[in-house]
Design a protein around this ligand. Sequence first.
Ligand SMILES: C[S@@+](CC[C@H](N)C(=O)[O-])C[C@H]1O[C@@H](n2cnc3c(N)ncnc32)[C@H](O)[C@@H]1O
Length: 221
Amino acid sequence: MADTGATAPDPLDTNTGGSALIQRAYTLTGPDEARALYDEWADSYDEDLNDASQGYVGPRLAAETVARVAGTDGEILDAGCGTGLVGIELAALGATTIDGVDLSPGMLARAKATGAYRRLAPADLSRPLPAPADSYDVVVCVGTLTHGHVGPHAFGEFVRLTRPGGSIVATVLDDIWDAGGYRAEVDRLEQMAMVEVVSTDVVDYRRSADVHARMVALRVA
Ligand SMILES: C[S@@+](CC[C@H](N)C(=O)[O-])C[C@H]1O[C@@H](n2cnc3c(N)ncnc32)[C@H](O)[C@@H]1O
């Protein structure tokens, strides 16, 4: 089973904008299936997400949030980097030190071709990463804390990887923010004084499909 949190929101409640591949992505049952789907999708992913029926603005809005809350000077981990859309947006805002991890070698190959990343490596975000604690100034995660992908416990691992005073910026689909247990995990980390919640605003995500996300910005204690 994928690490999808305490409850299982119905993925069919989220508008796919008519995309069969997005529907498959939202109904993934675990990392092996995710790796296979994204390896298959890698070559057409950018085109599919940026077409008129989707209008995928999540990466740009997340990069702008990073720039606003943390700046782009530090070491940044793009967790679930996919083809590198977030890295491209961060680089356009001045970031020069971005590492990326993702489950799918096919997506990582596309990310490498962008030239935006310092290092790229395969990793499963539903498990602890091999990187030491306090490795990054910023962890950014877009489109990966979602149906069938990576559950709320990843926030704890992002905290471990982020230096004190650093920031976490992540999108979570608005319709699973509560039901998927993501809000509860962020609340738990805040209650344990491990993070300060900077914002959890509702923002456009796949704008043309009218899909919204929480833009979660946390400061690590
Ligand atoms: C919707 S894409 C988002 C990619 C990129 N961040 C973007 O915004 O375009 C989701 C990504 O999560 C990756 N993924 C899915 N499950 C994962 C897991 N357990 N660990 C790491 N990456 C995972 C997929 O390979 C895919 O690249």
